[in-house]
Ligand binder design. Structure first.
Ligand SMILES: [Ca+2]
Ligand SMILES: [Ca+2]
Ligand SMILES: [Ca+2]
Length: 415
């Protein structure tokens, strides 16, 4: 084991403050390390299997510089482990080429089976910066401390285009602020597990708490995800096969904030992507609890949604699950949407149920053992311009702007 207690400062481009090249060895740093030049790191690891523990202070300010870094676009270093108990601060801008961009990061590892654990404080400043960057497969990131980033808290990216199966768990605080379009956790790769048990605060304009942009990721929130900035989003899902379950609290408190956003910006499919709510999503800032997009989205609500839900175009699925409450309006949009009402599914108000035509929607009432269309209609009444279906004492469905005579057997699944 190598122990550094010295303070080391460099200023030249490419001059790392400390280089560690003992594969399968350990470096413990108690010193103050600073590197001011471009592509100059606080600690540069040059051997696979090395481990670094930082109790000191590391400051980098050059373009493309990392507090602690291993590997790069030129090649991976597998099995590197970094644990931070101290402070790491990085700033500067991106440099390098489009194929091999070098971003300034607090901790950046390229390779398989990497481990990053933060108990201290990582601060990232600058529009291109990130607190933690993991580029590879089968890695693990655990945050128990604070990651304070202007742009990106934690990012999963790929060296090969096929990297996958990493795990991120946040027990601490991840905060993004100041700059627009920042991300607390940004996932570009596939098949990862992302869990928040702490707090993620997206405080800047149009910031995102957790963004799933790869495929087939599994994600859960047991803590708090706060979209506090104007037009901020708690959760963003832009690709297929992603599932996100909320057991905790997702808040969209900024003006026009959105709790959960399914987006279609890149022309990607959202097939199989699912958001399940077992906690609370609160759009107190006046935006949406959940906002869908053109593709087919699936939402299951067994918790509380405060705010409107708009599924957008496409053949969407919404399950008013047992124990769920939607305190807002459900809009289905174009497409043949299916709404399933479970027993104790609460009261649901649908703003644009299409009883016929190209955009016809279906209410699945099979949980209530209604035998026929006539049986359904015996539970329906007209109140003003709306139909109200009384399915149980605690379960009503209001179809706004629908006349009783417009309803037909094809609108319901019974039995
Ligand atoms: Ca949709
Ligand atoms: Ca729709
Ligand atoms: Ca529809």
């Amino acid at each position: 084991m190598v122990v550094n207690r010295k303070s080391i400062a460099t200023t030249a481009p490419g001059a790392d403050a400390f280089t560690f090249s003992d594969g399968n060895g350990a470096l413990v740093n108690f010193g103050n390390l600073s590197a001011a030049g471009g592509l100059a790191d606080g600690i540069r690891v040059t051997a696979a299997g090395a481990s670094v523990v930082n109790h000191g202070s590391i400051v980098t300010s050059g373009d493309g510089s990392d507090g602690i870094g291993a590997g790069g676009w030129f090649g991976a270093l597998d099995g590197v482990s970094v644990t931070n108990f101290g402070t790491i601060a990085s700033s500067g801008n991106a440099t390098g080429t489009d194929d091999a961009p070098e971003y300034p990061t607090g901790i950046e590892l390229f390779g398989e089976n990497e481990r990053i654990t933060n108990h201290g404080t990582i601060t990232s400043r600058g529009i291109d910066g990130s607190g933690v960057s993991l580029v590879g497969s089968h890695g693990e990131v655990r945050n128990y401390g604070t990651i304070d980033a202007e742009a990106i808290g934690i990012v999963l990216d790929s060296l090969t285009g096929e990297d996958h199966a990493n795990s991120i768990e946040n027990f601490g605080l991840i905060r993004t602020h100041d700059l627009g379009l920042a991300h607390g956790i940004w996932v570009f790769t596939d098949g990862n597990d992302i869990v928040n048990r702490g707090t993620i605060r997206a405080e800047g304009v149009h910031d995102f708490g957790i963004a799933l942009e790869g495929m087939n990721n599994h994600s859960a929130n047991y803590g708090v995800i706060a979209a506090a900035g104007e037009e901020a989003r708690g959760v963003l899902i832009t690709n297929e096969g992603n599932d996100f379950t909320n057991y905790g609290r997702i808040e969209a408190s900024g003006a026009d904030g959105i709790g959960v956003r399914f987006s279609f910006d890149d022309g990607l499919s959202l097939t199989g992507s699912l958001f399940t709510n077992r906690g609370t999503v609160d759009a107190s800032g006046g935006g949406y609890a959940i906002l869908g997009s053109i593709p087919d989205e699936q939402v299951v609500n067994r918790g509380t949604l405060n705010g409107d839900v708009d599924m957008g175009d496409g053949n969407d699925r919404f399950v008013a699950g047992s124990g769920g409450h939607l305190n807002g309006l459900l809009t289905l949009g174009d497409g043949n949407d299916r709404i399933t009402i479970e027993r104790h599914g609460g009261d649901l108000v649908i703003g644009d149920f299409a009883a016929s035509g190209a955009s016809q929607d279906v209410l699945d009432l099979s949980a209530f053992h209604l035998r026929s269309f006539a049986d359904v209609m015996s539970h329906a009444s007209q109140t003003g311009g709306d139909v109200i279906l009384t399915l149980a004492g605690d379960t009503h469905v209001t179809l706004q702007g629908v006349g009783l005579t417009a309803l037909n057997p094809a609108d319901f699944i019974t039995g």
